[in-house]
Design a binder for this molecule. Structure first.
Ligand code: AMP
Ligand code: GLY
Length: 416
């Protein structure tokens, strides 16, 4: 088979790494990829939002299967476009991807199909200002039209809530409707499934670490590290998540005429009254994927094909018994403005068993590796327990260095 993976981050490095292990793959391409991916796939210099160019490339090379990493091409309808031209592509259609790209779409769907989520009201900005004095604090304010995380304000009091709304107003045209949402208390966890729109196979649980500093301090990031599985999602809880959240969501999407096919990411708050959905994503997570895929024994190409061909009921996934921990190494300044071009040393010294270094934001300068992004590398290790996986991941991390490098030292600590 010839396979094209779309994306450029650590998630895509993990996907390419996993797909490259399939004996069925003859040629593997990644657009636009990154230098860490080069040894596994041919790099194609086309950006993720250049849908027509990606399509022309896939036709020219007679790609058998295209795999989409990030949400941007999904939101631009890459799946619809490829299928209209008779090409096979793994991911949700544009309409179904709204479960991630539109906060109003997903909240309305959850309300209509009684999927446990925080109580919320969708209002205009003017109405939000009027309602504010009557709302309980803390409150969560979300605005339609912005990427996950950035369009969310958790306000502890009236003053912070007003400042949050002022911030949304300053966005002008970019700001859509406002979601006023009850603040949920609990522990966050991620749950992944693969689905053909009807059948869904649970993949794995994970826990992201979104804040930049230890003990969940500092601003939100794309994710500073992840563990998989998370011991907080027990087999019993997994059944509950499938029954109360995943199946009703997929049924709802199908009834609405937007059946979902692909990997679905459920961002959950585990509360004292059960799991509630904070958000859905229409894709794998980053860096959760770098923690999950090293645990998967099954051939991921077979599994994606089973979803495309509605054979998931005949598919059994095999997983390694070990736990995994992924630690993200970030550039000085991240998640704000960060430096680039720092020389990375130690990458050739990671010759440890069951330890994987996934590149997210690296570049080459002659023979040297240099930093090129905010999140630079993701170092994953497997271990018999979370504690052992942590020890092993940090052992590898200590061999790598670049000026200004920072990382969290407590990835997985609360799961030990
Ligand atoms: P979202 O993009 O909707 O996942 O929100 C980003 C982050 O805000 C989540 O990962 C949570 O940490 C937090 N968050 C969102 N909604 C709520 C809520 N209703 N209650 C508490 N925290 C929330
Ligand atoms: N790590 C969070 C995400 O991928 O959305």
């Amino acid at each position: 088979m010839k396979i094209l993976v779309i994306g450029a981050g650590g998630r895509e490095h993990a996907l390419v790494w996993k797909i490259a292990q399939s004996p069925r793959v003859r040629e593997l391409y990644c657009a636009p990829g990154n230098p860490g991916i080069e040894t596994l796939a041919k790099i194609v210099p086309i950006a993720v939002d250049e849908i027509e160019k990606l399509l022309a490339f896939a036709k020219e090379k007679r790609i058998d299967l295209t795999v989409v990493g990030p949400e941007l091409p999904l939101s631009l309808g890459i799946v619809d476009r490829f299928e209209a031209e008779g090409l096979r592509i793994f991911g949700p259609h544009r309409a179904a991807a709204q479960i991630e790209t539109s906060k109003v779409f997903s909240k309305t769907l959850m309300q209509k199909y009684q999927i446990p989520t925080a109580d919320a009201e969708v209002v205009t900005l003017e109405r939000a200002y009027e309602m504010l004095p009557h709302l309980p604090m803390p409150i969560v304010l979300k605005v339609e039209g912005l990427a996950a995380g950035k369009g969310v304000v958790i306000a502890r009091d009236q003053k912070e809530a007003k400042e949050g709304l002022d911030g949304f107003r300053a966005m002008g045209e970019a700001a859509g409707r406002i979601i006023l949402e009850r603040f949920l208390e609990g522990v966050e966890a991620t749950f992944f499934v693969i689905t053909d729109g009807e059948k869904a196979l649970p993949l794995a649980s994970a826990q992201d670490h979104k804040r930049v500093f230890d003990e969940d301090r500092g601003p939100n990031t794309g994710g500073m590290g992840a563990i998989s599985p998370t011991p907080r999602i027990t087999p019993k809880l997994e059944l509950m998540i499938m029954e109360r959240i995943i199946h009703p969501t997929l049924r709802g999407l199908a009834v609405e005429g937007t059946p979902y096919r692909g990997v679905l990411y459920a961002g959950l708050m585990l509360t004292s009254s059960g799991p509630h959905v904070l958000e859905f994503n229409a894709r794998w997570g980053d860096p959760e994927t770098q923690a999950v895929l090293p645990r998967l024994k099954s051939d991921w190409v077979d599994v994606m094909e089973a979803a495309l061909d509605h054979r998931l009921d005949q598919t059994r996934l095999e997983w390694r018994e070990e736990s995994s921990v992924c630690v993200v190494l970030a550039s000085e300044g991240y998640p704000g403005t960060y430096r680039k071009g720092e020389v990375i040393s130690g990458l050739d010294q990671i010759d440890l068993p069951d330890t994987f270094v996934f590149h997210a934001g690296t570049g080459r300068q002659g023979e040297a590796w240099v930093t090129q992004g905010g999140r630079v590398l993701g170092v994953t290790a497997l271990g018999q327990s979370v504690a052992e996986a942590r020890r092993r991941a940090y052992q590898a991390v200590e061999r790598i260095s670049f000026r200004g490098m920072h990382y969290r030292r407590d990835i997985g600590a609360s799961a030990v």
